[in-house]
Write a new protein. Structure first.
Length: 186
């Protein structure tokens, strides 16, 4: 576990289907804090009904996805961060199995304390162990130098590929990836 000068990190655990009200609260916080970072709008998220949030949370806790949440260690404690990896459907079965890192968020009061490092470490492990992925991909806005530097420090590199940024197609989202080391099979 990564340390922090501010004391122990909040616990990181998997999102469960019954955590749907937490997911709604977190998603609304994410979209309020950094609206350009996500494809969904705050207004669209607010329009979702309880059954829709329940269905969404169940999918995020399913077999082809691992969603990690950080909180204070007890149910109902303050939320601190979230990170999700999803298995990508392979286009070419000869290529390594890939997962994609999405929905990265750390609450403002927990930024710079090591929580993003810990969430990313655990997300990489979940992609490798639980999803069987050999590569982890993500997209970073071309102007987000802090995020590019963060992911580079953690072993990601730009692939040379880019795609239009969903919220502003005049900008690019740079594709980054990290090779996930597989454990030798005996």
């Amino acid at each position: 576990m990564y340390g922090s000068w501010a004391g122990p990190l909040p616990r990181v655990r998997r999102l469960r289907a019954e955590d749907w009200s937490l997911l709604r609260k977190v998603r609304l916080e994410m979209l309020t804090d950094t609206p350009m970072a996500y494809v969904e709008s705050l207004e669209a998220a607010r329009r979702q009904t309880d059954p829709q949030w329940q269905e969404r949370t169940a999918a995020m806790a399913g077999d082809s996805s691992v969603t990690l949440v950080a909180d204070g260690g007890v149910d109902g404690s303050p939320f601190c961060g979230l990170m999700r990896v999803v298995l990508k459907h392979p286009q070419d079965l000869k290529k390594p199995l890939q997962a994609m890192l999405i929905s990265v968020y750390v609450a403002p009061e927990h930024r710079g304390l090591g929580l993003a490092d810990e969430l990313l470490h655990q997300a990489c492990e979940a992609a490798r162990i639980d999803l069987g992925a050999e590569l982890l991909e993500l997209g970073v806005h071309e102007d987000n130098t802090r995020a590019l530097a963060f992911y580079r420090r953690h072993g990601f590199s730009t692939t040379g590929d880019s795609r239009p940024y969903p919220q502003d197609t005049s900008k690019q989202e740079l594709v980054m990836e990290k090779v996930l080391k597989q454990q030798p099979k005996f």
